[in-house]
Design a protein around this ligand. Structure first.
Ligand code: F6P
Length: 358
């Protein structure tokens, strides 16, 4: 009997179900051994508190196109994983106990950065772990792409597309705030795809005067409106000089609900133009996975299934140079894939006339 545990951890994204279905199908179609799949509920919490159920085959039917996760998810921050919970439970020991009690052969974890750190820790503690790279942020180190990203790019791009007509009618400046606190792959790609004039990213601190200048130049060229794609984590040159602690304090005390509103207020003052902010927020993580993500997540799931059948554990299944690859968890854990400000995509965007406000 093969016993496989599965959990989805951290912020959800599109194609989590497609990926789990990929693992399930690959395993059941390619072994004669009886198999049981254990679904842990709400991420690592299910493993810690032994909340699980044996997944029935029907639970994997018709989920390829369904967003969210059939298992539920939650955030259990890695930085607190070694701290006992409010009842004094040692979370790591509890997870190991659940795993051994169920006599699992392996645990498949679908998660992003923090979740992969926990997976690496469990692997070091002797559990057989395979992870799949999920996140709309595309910021997992060791893979060119994460699933969920392309679906989110589609949604954020549609938001920018739709803002264009109203921005043009009113001759306004529009800010579209796009998810990405630490890393700007999503705002960068949606910004280019949606024809944004200015893109502000966490990796390239902006100068508000330069942003205003770009808007004024467009005005002189007779362009009545400007669209700015602002990452949630966009940061000004001044703020980038602050320590992490100082910047956190500044944000906590800020009168604005997010960076975009501060940028908007400053631009209204500097340009005298009307500035509006649109925040698609969690819609970017919602709904049906796009066809690319369905294919990609199915392929990742299939590769994970193949590794499980070969009894190869301790890896994240990734995608590099158009090939599926297995990346040791210890190489992935704790590293972010940020945008290099000198990357070709940034240079190409600049050649297209896009300003990064720097
Ligand atoms: O999962 C990634 C992400 O969507 C980020 O892009 C975003 O900054 C964050 O999660 C939002 O987190 P929460 O869902 O906890 O508000």
């Amino acid at each position: 009997m093969l016993r496989i545990g599965m959990l989805t951890s951290g912020g959800d994204c599109q194609a989590l179900n497609a990926a789990m279905r990929g693992v399930y199908k690959t395993i059941i179609k390619n072994t004669t051994e009886p198999v049981e799949f254990y679904g842990f509920e709400d991420g690592y919490k299910g493993l810690i508190y032994s909340k699980f159920h044996i997944l029935k085959p029907e639970e994997f039917y018709n989920i390829l196109t369904v967003g969210g996760t059939i298992l539920g998810t939650s955030r259990v921050p890695f930085k607190t994983i070694r701290e006992p919970d409010e009842r004094g439970t040692d979370k790591v020991e509890a997870m190991k106990q659940t795993y051994h009690k169920l006599q699992l052969d392996c645990l498949v974890m679908l998660g992003g950065n923090g979740s992969t750190k926990t997976a690496n820790l469990l692997s070091k503690e002797g559990l057989n772990v395979i992870t799949l790279p999920k996140t709309i942020d595309n910021d997992l180190w060791g893979t060119d792409m994460t699933f969920g990203f392309q679906s989110a790019v589609d949604i954020a791009t549609r938001c920018i597309d739709e803002i264009h007509t109203t921005a043009s009618s009113h001759g306004r400046v529009f800010i579209v705030e796009i998810m990405g606190h630490k890393v700007g792959w999503l705002p960068l790609n949606a910004g280019i795809a949606g024809g944004a004039d200015i893109i502000l990213l966490p990796e390239i601190p902006y100068d508000i005067e330069k942003v205003a200048q770009t808007i004024e130049e467009r005005d002189k060229e007779g362009r009545r409106f400007s669209i700015i794609a602002v990452a949630e984590g966009a940061i000004s040159k001044e703020d980038a000089k602050l320590s992490k602690k100082e910047y956190k304090k500044k944000l906590a005390e800020s009168e604005y609900p997010s960076v975009s509103y501060e940028v908007a207020a400053k631009l209204e003052k500097l340009t005298g133009k009307e500035v509006r902010v649109t925040v698609p927020g969690h819609t970017q993580r919602g709904g049906t996975p796009c066809p690319y993500d369905r294919v990609f997540a199915s392929r990742l799931g299939s590769e994970a299934g193949r590794l499980i059948l070969k009894k190869e554990f301790g890896f994240m299944v990734g995608y590099r140079n158009r090939e599926m690859v297995k990346v040791p968890l210890e190489e992935v854990a704790g590293k972010l894939k940020t945008i290099d400000p000198d990357a070709r995509i940034i240079k190409e965007a600049r050649l297209l006339g896009i300003s990064f406000g720097d």
